[in-house]
Each structure stands twice: as C-alpha cells, then as structure tokens.
Design a binder for this molecule. Structure first.
Ligand code: HEC
Length: 98
C-alpha cells in the first residue's frame, strides 16, 4: 500500500513539473520551432538566448513592464498564465534551441 501511494505521488509530481517543450508549443507559431524567427517582424531571434535574459523578458511581459516594440501587451497575453517555474522551464528550453 505504501508503495502505491508513493508511486502515485511521484506520478503526480511528474505531471506538475513544468515541461519547457510543451510550454513553448504555442510560442512557435510566431517565434519559429527553433526560435529562429523575428516574431511578427518585431522581436529579436530568441533561440539560444541567455536563460537569465529570457526569464527577465518573460517576467517583464507578465508584469506588464516590458514593451520593446510596442507589442508588449501581446506578449503579456502569451505568458500571463505561466508560473515562475513555467517561465524558468520555457526559458531553459528556448536557450537550448538553435
Ligand atoms: C502572436 C505572436 C507571438 C506569440 C504566440 C509569442 N510571441 Fe513572443 N514576441 C512577439 C512579439 C511581437 C514580440 C515583441 C514584443 C515587444 O514589443 O516587446 C515578442 C517578444 C518576445 C521576447 C523578447 C525578445 C526580444 O525582442 O528581446 C521573448 C523572450 C518572447 N517573445 C518569448 C515568447 C514565448 C516564450 C512565447 C510563448 C509562451 C511567445 N513569445 C509567444 C510575438 C509572439
């Protein structure tokens, strides 16, 4: 019994862990599957960017304080539902793209 409870616990923690690849799926439409596109002709190419810079940008968009090309509100909508852990996971994923 103990074993079953434990594996259920492990399974649900696994489901809750932020999955960078899954979190990036909706971003690919604008930024490209490899983060190689200038989204809507406005953004920088984000694939391979520094993790800390990505996190800072995404937290800024979420807070509504970042707006580089007048499209910050659009990016705010993209990350509004992302937790800090989600932002860290998706940033690590984007950093690994090339
Ligand atoms: C509908 C198109 C679209 C989608 C979808 C989108 N973005 Fe963006 N992204 C933009 C635009 C446009 C900008 C420029 C915003 C501005 O004016 O600051 C941008 C900017 C950024 C930047 C800053 C890059 C720079 O120019 O320095 C990062 C990082 C970023 N997006 C990551 C993401 C992530 C992660 C997702 C998915 C959660 C995402 N974007 C989804 C269009 C999009």
């Amino acid at each position: 019994m103990k074993k079953i409870v434990l594996s259920l616990l492990v399974a649900s923690v696994g489901l809750m862990a932020a999955d960078g690849a899954a979190l990036y799926k909706k971003c690919a439409a604008c930024h490209g599957a490899k983060g190689e596109k200038a989204a809507l002709g406005k953004s920088a190419v984000i694939g391979g960017m520094d993790v800390a810079a990505l996190e800072a940008d995404l937290k800024g968009y979420k807070a509504g304080t970042t707006n580089k090309k007048g499209m910050g509100a659009l990016m705010k909508g993209q990350v509004a539902a992302y937790s800090d852990a989600d932002i860290t996971a998706v940033s690590a994923y984007i950093h690994g793209l090339k």
